[in-house]
Design a protein around this ligand. Structure first.
Ligand code: TRP
Length: 371
């Protein structure tokens, strides 16, 4: 008998999702339905393709924008690594909402979390963060409509976290996160501070704030919403909104998402040779021999190379569809597909890395401003 594997959502460890539909029942994430998408003029490829698969109150965020209310988009990153495809995806999403929805961006460098969760000193994280922010700017974030900060330098976030710690119980935290070191609970409360800070009076007061994240971060959203309900006597926080994206697989095809041991993935700092090397070892959906593949075709849903087109590097739906069909029909072989995507990625990275280099001084200035 086949045993059903349970989804694992752990914001601090490794997460694996075996069945996305279960998340709708288990944790109250709702599917992104057509009536919401119909209200959006130019949906991003993540929305169009169902890579953003679920949400909490995204409909309210879309309505607030329709009514012309003040809205914001917020995310954070632990500066522990170079930008990889996951950080690129989140960055592209917030840039999309900044452009299309005219939302103000709040971007947290989660160095306090990096300190308690990963044990990295703040000064080391600052150097990585500068590199990360240069990536963000090169990808197209407009710093004029953004507030980028380090948790360790942002008193407001820390003060909120302290305040929130009075309104939660150990049982509440344990139910959401399991038994953890207090430092991780504190990182969670700090993240609630990140998510609610945009609603403070100095940032214009209560507003819908959308947080685009992987489903592993869902417990943080639940905690933030619980806390804002409990703070009614002090703040008029509106419940936070979230959209959740599917995890993509590592190049080797592993679907487990680990925060601690980065699995094989492309980074935005990779050289053309490294890109070639990594893509060449990527999992395909091909047959054992060329003859068989010509005859039977490949399975795009198994191929991580196809995933590179679909999730990360090709915005044109028709092009992606054609690759899919040709691959299934045995017209496009694995070797050809790899060569094409290597070319696409390296062209992208060449131009990205040139832009990024120019952004480094600006990134440093943004992050060093409040020491
Ligand atoms: N915990 C997130 C991570 O591990 C980083 C983070 C910090 C964050 N503050 C945030 C994400 C606020 C979204 C919103 O990647």
């Amino acid at each position: 008998m086949e045993t059903e594997q349970e989804n694992v959502l752990d914001p601090f460890g490794s997460s694996t999702i075996y069945d996305y539909s279960k998340l709708f029942k288990q944790v109250g994430i709702k599917p992104i339905t057509k009536d919401i998408l119909d209200k959006i003029k130019n949906p991003s490829r993540f929305l169009r393709r169902g890579i953003d698969f679920g949400h909490i109150d995204f409909d309210k965020f879309v309505d607030a924008r329709e009514k012309g209310e003040d809205i914001a988009i917020m995310t954070g990153i632990k500066p522990t690594n170079n930008f990889h495809l996951g950080s690129k995806m989140t960055a592209e999403k917030i840039i999309y909402f900044q452009k299309e929805f005219k939302a103000k961006v709040f971007y947290a460098i989660a160095d306090l979390e990096g300190m308690v969760d990963n044990g990295l000193p703040l000064d080391k994280q600052l150097e990585i963060a500068i590199d990360n922010i240069a990536d963000l700017l090169a990808l197209g974030l407009d710093p004029k409509n953004a507030y980028i900060y380090r948790q360790s330098q942002e008193r407001r976030v820390m003060n909120l976290a302290y305040l929130f710690s009075r309104r939660v119980t150990f049982n509440h935290l344990r139910n959401l996160y399991g038994k953890r070191q207090p430092g991780l609970y504190f990182a969670a409360l700090t993240q609630c501070g990140d998510i609610l800070m945009p609603q403070l009076p100095e940032f214009g007061g209560p507003k819908r704030v959308l947080v685009p994240i992987g489903a592993d971060q869902a417990p943080h959203i639940f905690l933030t919403r619980d806390i804002s309900a409990k703070m009614k006597d002090r703040f008029n926080f509106l419940p936070s909104c979230a959209i959740f994206h599917k995890f993509f697989r590592s190049l080797k095809g592993e679907s487990k998402m680990s925060k601690r041991d980065p699995v094989s993935m492309l980074t935005l700092n990779d050289s053309p040779e490294i890109v070639r090397k990594k893509v060449m070892t990527a999992l395909t959906g091909g047959q054992k021999t060329v003859e068989l593949q010509r005859k039977l075709g490949g399975d795009p849903d198994k191929s991580v190379v196809y995933e590179l087109y679909y999730y990360h590097f090709v915005d044109d739906d028709k092009k992606v569809q054609k690759v899919r069909e040709d691959y299934k029909a045995g017209k496009l072989l694995d070797g050809e597909m790899k060569e094409e995507i290597i070319d696409i990625i390296n062209k992208f990275l060449k131009s990205h890395q040139a832009k990024k280099k120019k952004m480094l001084p600006k990134a440093r200035k943004i992050l060093e401003k409040n020491i």
